[in-house]
Design a protein around this ligand. Structure first.
Ligand code: ZN
Ligand code: ZN
Length: 479
């Protein structure tokens, strides 16, 4: 972790730390002061202590109350299947509205947005020659179906689009098997995901360009497991739409080993389909600011989830982080100066309709968004935040977030882009954006699978994430 201690920041620090939740009654006092306070004016020392105390109190309440896991359990039991456009999403919307009222948001509303309606169907696959070996597959979101009975074709394995393009006609009429693993050596699994995920998102386009009849993609996960990991994929105008499926990494390795010995033929059937768009909603709840209620700090995650599991990590955890953040702030009697707005976005997984609709509906007040925070990395132990800002602006924010050091969440990654897909539209409009950074080593064990379920989430880690969001949102809203 890198910390800035240059004295030029102390003025900004003093500004940042004055004010806050006057009526907060933290029971835990910090045992030590940050090193910057050796030469900090006394008022800033007192204010900083108050922010540190708030941070510690939020953590204590989050762990002691243990409400976060109960909220997540309620979500995944009430609306276990909530892909945008599905009946389960309508149930999730009602759940979210009720939960926002229960925790005491001052204003709660559902904001309309048309969302895609893609539905999964039958999905089976196996090698048919040289011998029969079942393959665990799942359709990628947005895929067209195969003909009834499936596609039977020889498989050609590639590790990159460049390799495929260099093959000329060799892939014509074949199933293109994209088998590049996530790079294991990258410490940040999100970066490793980014290195492999183009196979999933664009594999069908590249397969079709090469004359292939189907894209079969190694699941994008660090684990060698038996669960196919779904996810979004795209088509391109003017290029044939071929079906696309993910195969479990264990089966991908087995298929690759078979191909090393000679030609392999696979039969694969997908019954998925795309129906006309349907009405969905972003669910929005405001915790009104005490002094500048028209100025906003947005905290958000996405309410939709892939349909294989219950989306406990992705993004049930993010939904819970945001709801629990408001509950925690109310529990410690902290009402910041600016409004904290919880936005549970309608459609992140197979589109970005929720984010786009929010930005359009709130274009008139986009300049009132002083910051946006997204949590869409799962419910593991929080480590800190990424931040879109650079330079002095980032340094001031880093100081504001420094109390998170006391709860082992002081990582601060400046110049790190939008912080999340749903707030990327606000980033594009100039809003300072932050992304919750959590331990990512286990996230892709569950990501977009049948095992992204409540059992995969640790209640203490989830609670800590909520406390960290609560601190960050309140600090930004008091700034
Ligand atoms: Zn997500
Ligand atoms: Zn996802």
């Amino acid at each position: 972790m890198t910390r800035l201690h240059c004295t030029s920041l102390l003025g900004a620090l003093a500004f940042v730390l004055i004010g806050g939740c006057q009526n907060a009654k933290p029971s835990t006092q910090p045992s030590t002061q940050p090193s910057t306070q050796q030469s900090t004016p006394s008022r800033a020392v007192a204010s900083d202590a108050k922010l540190v105390a708030r941070c510690l109190e939020l953590e204590r309440r989050a762990l002691e109350d243990n409400v976060a896991i109960a909220t997540l359990r309620s979500l995944v039991m009430t609306a276990p299947k909530r892909l945008a456009g599905s009946p389960g999403m309508t149930i999730a919307e009602q759940w979210a509205l009720a939960k926002m009222r229960e925790i005491g948001c001052d204003e709660v509303r559902a904001e309309p947005v048309m969302v895609p309606n893609w539905q999964r169907g039958v999905e089976t696959a196996a090698t048919v020659a040289p011998q029969h070996v079942p393959l665990r597959v799942t359709a990628l979101g947005g895929s067209v179906p195969t003909p009834a009975g499936g596609i039977v074709a020889e498989v050609v394995e590639v590790r990159s689009f460049e390799q495929l393009a260099a093959m000329g006609d060799a892939a014509k009429g074949k199933i293109v098997f994209f088998n590049r693993p996530m790079p294991r050596a990258l410490r940040r699994t999100g970066s490793a995901y980014g290195a492999a995920v183009p196979q999933r998102s664009n594999g069908a386009i590249e397969a079709a360009k090469a004359g292939g009849v189907l894209a079969l993609v190694r699941s994008v996960t660090t684990a060698i497991d038996g669960y196919p990991h779904t996810g979004a994929m795209h088509y391109q105008d003017g290029i044939a739409k071929v079906p696309a499926a993910a195969v479990a990494t264990a089966d991908a390795d087995q298929l690759s080993a078979m191909l090393a010995k000679g030609p392999v033929h696979v039969r694969l059937e997908l019954g998925c389909r795309t129906l006309p768009d349907v009405q969905g909603f972003n669910i929005v709840g405001d915790y009104r600011g005490s002094d500048r209620p028209d100025e906003l700090v947005l905290i958000g995650g996405h309410l939709d989830a892939w349909d294989l599991g219950t989306g406990a990590h992705d993004d049930g955890a993010g939904v819970v982080h945001c709801l629990e953040a408001v509950r925690l702030l109310k529990a410690i009697a902290c009402r910041p100066k600016r409004t904290i707005r919880v936005v549970l976005f309608a459609n992140e997984e197979n589109g970005l309709r929720g984010a786009e609709a929010y930005a359009e509906a709130h274009e008139h007040e986009v300049d009132k968004h002083v910051a946006a925070i997204e949590t869409d990395g799962g419910g593991a132990t929080p480590q800190g935040f990424s931040c879109s800002l650079r330079g002095d602006a980032a340094a001031a924010m880093e100081q504001l977030f420094e109390p998170l050091d006391r709860v082992n969440a002081g990582l601060f990654l400046s110049g790190a882009g939008a912080g999340g897909a749903d707030i990327s539209v606000l980033h594009a409009r100039g809003v300072p954006c932050f992304g919750l950074w959590v331990d990512g080593h286990r996230y892709f064990d569950y990501h977009h699978t049948a095992v992204d379920d409540l059992a995969a989430v640790n209640e203490r880690e989830l609670a800590l994430g909520a406390a960290v969001i609560a601190y960050a949102a309140s600090a930004l809203a008091d700034r």
